[in-house]
Design a protein around this ligand. Structure first.
Ligand SMILES: Cc1ncc(COP(=O)(O)O)c(C=O)c1O
Length: 450
């Protein structure tokens, strides 16, 4: 009798261990998920939403992540791939840094990425973030007194600071910041406003243009704008911080002078990873911001291979990030699925809050982000300033959800970002939490934590 009880107990324990081990292997099967970086088993759309978030990302339980547009999220598989790289490096730092292992992995990453963004690998380098990309581009240009840099009212704040830094180095350079006015009806509206700004401000040497604007989530007609720049002898630096993994890219066809874009926002790379595409006519002049061993090498691609001892594993994990994007169906699936959800969620929020959506046609909206005005009580109590928006975001964050709030054209707008881990339920929760905040306005106004 006792014997049979023991046997049952042992069988139960063995079954428990087997279930646990299977689950661990399922989640972190290194042979499938890490080593076969180039091809992962497809993750069907039926897995998208919270299930995907919980299974594939290292997230807080029950938190609503509606702001991929700011910092992205790194899948656990990519974190593990990065960890494997770190372990390999630590097993042989000399082989890694001195005898070419980092070098060869870097070029593997470049080749994979070049294929993804349709670039000649010789024109493509990796930098830490889009900010470094624009910094690098601006620092490669020789400015003279009277030169002008064109930006606009939707240009990213950190980029404007970058322009100010250039001006403090070259005091004769001027900034032209024109008001790109919304409502907009068509691409032609945008192109016309750019042309007017260029015609009214002779001497523009460089234009910095966002592919997708940040607080206003506009999709700008970048190909046409690059052509306008070139017709006017202007160097076009494109800030595509939000583009890779979000919208299709063909960098050779776009033919910018410089194009930078984050891999760590929509394309799942570990943070600290962005691309910089450089037109061949600028290769000779373009050097990394950090001067180190490779600075004087003869080609662009060699100059940007990480030198100076550093952790470059975010770059080297790019093939794993792309493999994850492809496993989700790639842009063919993600762009359309997320576009539809962003649109439906924005409609639902606008109706529930009794507010308008940002007044631009769908063709000018960033496909996977959308802007909705915050309800009037917030407009009445919070001046449209970043500091005030941060208070509102902090309260929402404390409630276990996040979307971003930004001042745009004298009003505070909510910006939702939709990726594969989101579902409509997320935005129902956001809807309700923002409505809860209506009753908390006096205490949010008083917030003094900054
Ligand atoms: C349009 C735009 N440009 C540049 C950046 C800066 O990106 P990073 O902080 O990765 O340099 C952002 C970040 O959100 C952005 O939205």
């Amino acid at each position: 009798m006792n014997n049979s009880k023991d046997t049952v107990l042992i069988a139960l324990i063995a079954a428990g261990v087997a279930v646990f081990a299977t689950e661990v292997l399922r989640r972190f099967n290194t042979s499938d998920k890490l080593k076969g970086k180039k091809k992962l088993a497809p993750i069907p759309e039926s897995m998208f939403g919270r299930k995907l978030l919980e299974e594939e990302f290292a997230v807080k339980p029950n938190y609503v992540y509606g702001n991929c547009g700011s910092f992205g999220h790194v899948p656990q598989r990519v974190i593990l791939a990065q960890l494997e790289l770190i372990k390999e490096r630590e097993s042989d730092p000399e082989g890694w840094y001195r005898f070419g292992r980092e070098y060869s992995l870097y070029f593997d990453a470049i080749r994979e990425l070049a294929d993804f963004v349709k670039s000649d690998p010789a024109n493509l380098v990796l930098v830490e973030n889009a900010s470094t990309g624009t910094n690098t581009a601006l620092r490669s240009i020789e400015f003279a007194d009277g030169d002008k840099i064109l930006v606009n009212s939707h240009t990213y704040g950190a980029v404007l600071k970058n322009v100010k830094a250039v001006r403090s180095e070259f005091p004769g350079v001027e900034e032209v910041n024109f008001d790109l006015q919304v409502p907009l009806n068509s691409k032609a509206d945008i192109i016309k406003q750019f042309e007017t700004a260029i015609n009214e401000n002779k001497g523009i040497k460089v234009a910095i243009i966002d592919h997708i604007t940040s607080p206003s989530a506009l999709l700008l007609p970048i190909k046409e704008l690059i052509e306008v720049c070139h017709k006017n002898g202007i160097i076009a630096i494109i800030d595509g911080a939000h583009a890779p993994g979000h919208i299709p890219l063909n960098l050779e066809e776009l033919n910018a002078d410089y194009y930078t874009g984050n891999i760590h926002k929509w394309l799942f790379a570990p943070r600290g990873c962005a691309l910089l595409w450089v037109h061949p006519r600028h290769h000779d002049a373009t050097r990394p911001i950090l001067v180190s061993h490779n600075h004087m090498l003869d080609t662009l691609e060699k100059r940007f291979v990480p030198s100076a001892t550093r952790d470059s594993t975010a770059y080297l994990a790019v093939p794993s990030a792309i493999a994850f994007h492809k496993a989700l169906g790639g842009l063919d699936v993600l762009l359309e699925r997320n576009r539809q959800l962003a649109n439906a969620a924005a409609e639902m929020l606008a109706e529930a809050w009794g507010v308008e959506r940002y007044p631009v046609p769908e063709s000018l909206r960033s496909p996977n982000m959308a802007l909705i005005a915050l309800p009037p009580i917030f407009q009445d109590n919070f001046p449209p300033e970043e500091r005030e928006c941060t208070k509102l975001m902090k309260r929402l964050h404390d409630k276990g959800s996040f979307i971003s709030f930004n001042p745009v054209s004298g009003k505070i707008w909510a910006r939702i970002s939709v990726h594969a881990w989101n579902s409509m339920e997320d935005f129902f929760e956001i809807r309700d939490k923002v409505l809860e905040m209506v009753n908390e306005v006096p205490s949010i106004v008083q917030m003094d934590y900054l």
